[in-house]
Ligand binder design. Structure first.
Ligand code: SF4
Length: 281
């Protein structure tokens, strides 16, 4: 299946206006992790926390809903959250940890849980992993370069970044700037070109904006844990939903994009193999 295995899919957003205001799309990551924390399903969550530079995230072991909210919004550059899982368990002494992860981080987390030779103390303490859809990610310096040179703006001026409608968007106080995604190709992390997973197939529950109307997210609940926590959050009124068949552009677009990523990555892997370059698959 092009979207991986999942139990249910739905369109959803956080009901909390404060979360809606700071979140990228439907605020599902923030709402779900905050709900799990409030309900003591987890004792803390590793999130991409804020720093002085809002687009240079740093892993944060969040112990309160406010700390989780402080990490809301997509950064488009890497936050090594997997590294901080060890900090959450070893230094904070957490027995039940949640986190948010992009597909490549999920591969590491699930591998660690499957073969926990040196991480037995950690692997079984990860209780909830919320995955986010990911097409590509940029080193900070690359992001800075194309925002400066192609978008004629700066990181300091930028308030929000987004990817949608085939473009990379940077918003500042005065204007919305965009460039076609084909112009950002070449700036992404080298591994992104051979990454086949768009929808975080190994997560407990994954989410992203593609397929949903503006301000909403598509949800794929994948495991018993993810499905159960998501449904309880809906019952508690923390998240509101709409049937996926009732929204546009809908699941068809998500499938198309996920399939395109798999095809492009397969072609790139073949090309690299033919050139004698190493590939991790
Ligand atoms: S595209 Fe794949 S490799 Fe690149 S950041 Fe996203 S999940 Fe990781």
């Amino acid at each position: 299946m092009v979207l991986g295995t999942y139990k249910d899919t739905i369109c959803a957003r956080a009901t909390d206006k404060a979360i809606q205001k700071v979140s990228q799309d439907g605020g599902i990551v923030t709402a779900l992790l905050s709900y799990a924390l409030d309900e003591k399903i987890i004792e803390g969550a590793v999130v991409a926390g804020p720093t002085e530079d809002m687009f240079k995230p740093k892993p944060l072991v969040a112990l309160t809903a406010d700390e989780i909210i402080s990490a809301a919004g997509t950064k488009y550059t890497f936050s090594p959250n997997v590294w901080a899982l060890k900090v959450a368990v070893r230094q904070y002494g957490l027995e039940k940890v949640g986190t948010v992860a992009i597909p490549c981080q999920l591969m590491g987390i699930r591998k660690m849980q499957s073969y926990p030779f040196a991480t037995r103390f950690l692997a079984d303490k990860i209780k909830l992993v919320v995955g986010i859809f990911c097409m590509e990610n940029f080193p900070y310096a690359s992001l800075e370069t194309f925002i400066n040179e192609k978008m004629h703006s700066s990181m300091d001026m930028t308030m929000k970044m987004d990817i949608g409608k085939g473009k990379f968007w940077a918003y500042n106080d005065e204007e919305e700037l965009s460039i076609p995604l084909k112009e950002t190709h070449g700036y992404e992390q080298a591994g992104c070109n051979i990454c086949k997973d768009y929808t975080a197939e190994l997560s407990d529950v994954s989410t992203g904006s593609v397929g949903a109307p503006s301000g909403w997210s598509v949800i794929l609940s994948r495991t018993e844990t993810g499905d159960s926590i998501f449904k309880k959050a809906v019952e508690a009124g923390v998240i509101e939903t709409k049937p996926i068949d009732s929204v546009k552009p809908g699941l068809g677009l998500l499938e198309k994009i996920a399939n395109g990523k798999k095809t492009n990555a397969t072609d790139e892997i073949k090309k690299r193999v033919e050139m004698g370059l190493p590939v991790p698959f």
